[in-house]
Write a protein that binds this ligand. Structure first.
Ligand code: T4K
Length: 395
C-alpha cells in the first residue's frame, strides 16, 4: 500500500482561527501585561470554572507542576497508592515531593486503578491515593471515596485526560479532594502548555494560588516555599478562545471514536473500550488491545506496520511507570504483581484521534490493521450497508 504523503500522528492540537487569536495578542501587546494574574488569566479562570461546572479552579503552567503542587497543598508525605498505567508525570510528581509511590493493579475493563487492589495496598504509612482517569474514562469514584473515607486518606485525581467528563451530569472533577488537569498541546483542550487544580473551598484555592506563585501572600509576605507555576497571558488568552470551540471539538472526536468502533467491530483479537452508560466522555484517546494469538500479530508488529505507512499510533502507556529505572526497585513494582497492567501495557495501541482527522484516514488506519491480522473482520461494504440500515452513530 502506498505510504501516506503526510504523516498521521496519534493526535494534533485543535486550534481556533488564527485571526481571532490575533485580537487577543494585540491586547497583550498593548497592555504589556504578560503574566502574573493578568486580565486574561482572571477571565479564563472564571469562564473555565463555569464551563466545567466546578466552584474553584487555579490555572497552572502545566499539569506536572499542578500535580506536584496539589500534593504540597494537602501536605502529603509517606506513601501514596497510585497506578503504574499512566504517563510518567503522575509518579514523578510523588518523587519530586519525596513521597514513596506504591503501585497497585488496574481494572481490566477501564484500565483505571482497581479499588480492591488499592485497599489491599494500604499500610500505616499510606496518606493518600493518586488515581488517574485514564483515557478520560472515570475511575470507580464512589468505591474509591469509600476507601479513602474509611482509612482517612486524602484523594487526588489525576484528571489530565478528562475534559468536560461527567457522570450522570456531575462533573468528574468534583470527586476527590483535588483534581488536576493538563492543557498540553496533545490534550483535548489545549492552551499550548497548561494545567489546573480543581478544589472545593476558598481556603484551599488560596493556598494553591500562594504555592504556585513562590508562596507569596502579599508583596512582602511569603507563607510557604512555593514554586513558579503560573499560567501566562498567552496561554490564558488561547484558553478563553478555545472554550468557544470545545464542544464542537469533542463532538468530532465522538464521531471518530464511533467510526473506529464500527469499522473494527468483530475483528478477532482486537478489543476497544465502549462508552460507559451515563457518562459524557471526551474521547481523548482511542486505545485498542491486540491479542497476538487471536489477531495473528503482536501489538509492536501492528505499531511498526502503521509506522511504515506514515501512521504514528502510540503505545500509551508502555512501559509501565513501575518498569522505569527510578521505580523498578520498589517492592510494589516487581514483575508479576500487577498482572492486568502488565498485559494491557503489552497489548495497547492508541490510534490517531483528533477533531480534524478525516473519515477516510480512519478507514485507512482500520483497513491497514485489518488486512495485517489473519482475520479481516467486517468489510467496508458490510459497514456501509449497516450504516444505511441503522441510524448512523456518525450523524
Ligand atoms: N498526567 C497524565 C495522565 C498525563 O497524560 C500527562 C501528560 C501529565 C500528567 C502531565 O501533564 P503536562 O505536564 O504534560 O501538562 C505527551 C505529552 O507531552 C504529555 O502532556 C501527555 N501527558 C502524554 C500522554 O503525551 P509525548 O512525549 O508522547 O508527546 P509527543 O511530543 O511525542 O507528542 C505526541 C504526538 O502529538 C506527536 O507525535 C505529534 C503530536 N503533536 C505534539 C505536539 C507537542 C502535535 O501535533 N503538536 C504538538 O505541539 O507526551
Amino acid at each position: 500500500m502506498e505510504k501516506f504523503k503526510k504523516p498521521i500522528y496519534v493526535t494534533q492540537p485543535f486550534l481556533p482561527p488564527l485571526e481571532q487569536f490575533q485580537g487577543y495578542l494585540k491586547e497583550i501587546w498593548d497592555s504589556k501585561w504578560l503574566t502574573n494574574q493578568g486580565k486574561f488569566h482572571q477571565e479564563f479562570e472564571k469562564a473555565l470554572a463555569e464551563y466545567l461546572g466546578v466552584k474553584y479552579i487555579s490555572l497552572f503552567t502545566n499539569g506536572t507542576l499542578a500535580i506536584i503542587t496539589a500534593l504540597q497543598t494537602l501536605r502529603i508525605t509517606g506513601q501514596v497508592i497510585t497506578t503504574p498505567f499512566s504517563f510518567v508525570a503522575t509518579t514523578h510528581a510523588l518523587w519530586w515531593n519525596n513521597i514513596k509511590p506504591v503501585f497497585a493493579d488496574i481494572e481490566p475493563t477501564t484500565f483505571n486503578l482497581d479499588p480492591e487492589k488499592i485497599e489491599a495496598a494500604i499500610t500505616p504509612n499510606t496518606t493518600a491515593i493518586l488515581p488517574v482517569h485514564v483515557y478520560g474514562n472515570p475511575c470507580n469514584v464512589d468505591r474509591i471515596k469509600e476507601i479513602a473515607d474509611t482509612y482517612g486518606l486524602k484523594l487526588i485525581y489525576d484528571a489530565c485526560h478528562t475534559f468536560g467528563v461527567k457522570i450522570n451530569n456531575v462533573p468528574v472533577l468534583n470527586f476527590g479532594d483535588l483534581s488536576v488537569m493538563s492543557f498540553h498541546a496533545t490534550k483535548v483542550f489545549t492552551t499550548f502548555e497548561g494545567g489546573a487544580i480543581v478544589c472545593h473551598d476558598e481556603a484551599t484555592k488560596k493556598r494553591i494560588d500562594f504555592l504556585k506563585n513562590f508562596g507569596f501572600a502579599g508583596e512582602i509576605t511569603v507563607v510557604a516555599p512555593g514554586i513558579n507555576a503560573k499560567m501566562n497571558e498567552f496561554q490564558a488568552a488561547l484558553g478563553l478562545l478555545q472554550l468557544k470551540y470545545i464542544d464542537e471539538a469533542i463532538e468530532k472526536r465522538k464521531q471518530i471514536a464511533a467510526h473506529y468502533r464500527e469499522t473494527l467491530m468483530n475483528v478477532s483479537g482486537l478489543k476497544y473500550l465502549e462508552d460507559i452508560p451515563g457518562v459524557r466522555h471526551c474521547y481523548s484517546y482511542f486505545p485498542i488491545l491486540i491479542d497476538k494469538e487471536k489477531f495473528g500479530k503482536t501489538r509492536d508488529e501492528v505499531y511498526e506496520h502503521l509506522k511504515r505507512h506514515n501512521i504514528y499510533g502510540r503505545r500509551y502507556f508502555y512501559p509501565l511507570i513501575s518498569q522505569f529505572p527510578a521505580y523498578k526497585g520498589l517492592e510494589s513494582a516487581q514483575p508479576g504483581k500487577m498482572t492486568v497492567a502488565e498485559r494491557v501495557a503489552e497489548e495497547v495501541l492508541c490510534l490517531p484521534i483528533y477533531p480534524d482527522l478525516k473519515e477516510q484516514d480512519v478507514e485507512l488506519v482500520c483497513s491497514l490493521i485489518k488486512s495485517f491480522g489473519h482475520q479481516k473482520g467486517k468489510s467496508r461494504n458490510e459497514i456501509s450497508n449497516r450504516k444505511n440500515n441503522t441510524s448512523s452513530k456518525l450523524g
